[in-house]
Design a binder for this molecule. Sequence first.
Ligand code: C2O
Ligand code: CU
Ligand code: CU
Length: 455
Amino acid sequence: MLAACADGNFVADNVQVNAADISDPGVNPLMIPELLEPALVDGVHRYELSIDESNHDFGSGTAVETISYNRQSILGPTLKWTSNANVELHVTNNLDAGTTAHWHGADVPADDDGGPHSRIDPGQTWVADFKVIQPAATLWYHPHMMGTSAEQVFHGAAGMIIVEDDNPAAADLPNTYGVDDIPVILQDREFGADGQLSFEIDNDDDGDLNPDLTVNGTFDPYTTVPAGPVRLRLLNGSQARVYELSVDNGSMVKIASDGGYLPSPAPMDTLVLGPGDRAEIVVDTTNGPAVLIDAAFGRVLELRPDSTLPAAQFPPAQLAEIDRITVDEIDADRSFSMNEVGDGWGINGKQMDMMRVDESVRFGDTERWTITVEDGIHTFHVHQTQFQILSINGEPPPAEDAGWEDTVLVTEDREVVIAARFDSYANPDVPYMYHCHILDHEDLGMMGQFNVVVG
Ligand code: C2O
Ligand code: CU
Ligand code: CU
């Protein structure tokens, strides 16, 4: 059971974890996924990806069987996208099972989105091509196969996407990848007695929670950084776990939510990150080692300052303009109740059916969606669009939740109303998904389909 208190505590109280004492130093150097810059072919930014079986040492000396992209030992390279660029992504499936490649958080045409309808069979290559029409943000990619998303992601199939744009605020933020701009991919895992990964799907209210924390595939990591502001791009790539993060011996300000910069930096004590969510934070390491902490796992990552490294500037007061969605813009309302259905999970009483389109949105409309829960804890994720939170339990969102989002935590004590503009792409034939990003729930039916149609 998960205790979801009114003050935002989401600490699982029945799962033993192997926690690290924050007063000890980190043990293993944090693995930084390689940065994949595109090849420029006729003005198009082209990326080659493959998904393969691989092996990875998490830090215990065992070669653990994993799934990865581009033959990394685990995870995939970090893709760098540029706003307004035309991109082409070639994805080759070298697994002996089907997969897809979904660009989570990206505003792309439905047939380039990599949802369950864009299956890549073993040996096949799938090509997505689109223009990057969104601002700077931290997105990610992962498989979205009907019924096996949890298993493939748990084994390591996931990577980060960094979108860059010409916002002048970016130059004033820490932005040297792997040095003061660090990807932090949080995933809990379970290992069997043989040291290999041990996967299971859990029908429980809070999905399958695992006892060991890995950060970029590293147990108990530290990383050496400049003494000063350090940017962490937090990505919860876990099967089901919600993290409750804070910083010991350093301050934390949130500068970006799922879809990009906040209007201005928001100081925070505790940041709750549900499955699928991202947040960018800036941590100050001027006063010696700062430690990112989770309420269940203790130490997540030690930031070890080296004062010989050049330090960046602290974030500027203004980051981005956000065009707030107002109530008079709303053209349509819908509601989504996320609950148990049959022997699994569903939305509005229905389990996912690839042959059924559940909702039809009129191209150009702005919609308001109310999300409610009677049982379980869920993160509601919508493909294609970045939405805004209009209210949480009837109250306007706090500053740190008032940016662009594609994934939001909902519980029986946390009713969330969101709004989105569906004005970028229409396709009557290929639907987009909305679903719970607790991957157990998604694979057990908690997903629906909408299309965007001109009409
Ligand atoms: Cu992260 Cu439907 O996806
Ligand atoms: Cu997605
Ligand atoms: Cu769920």
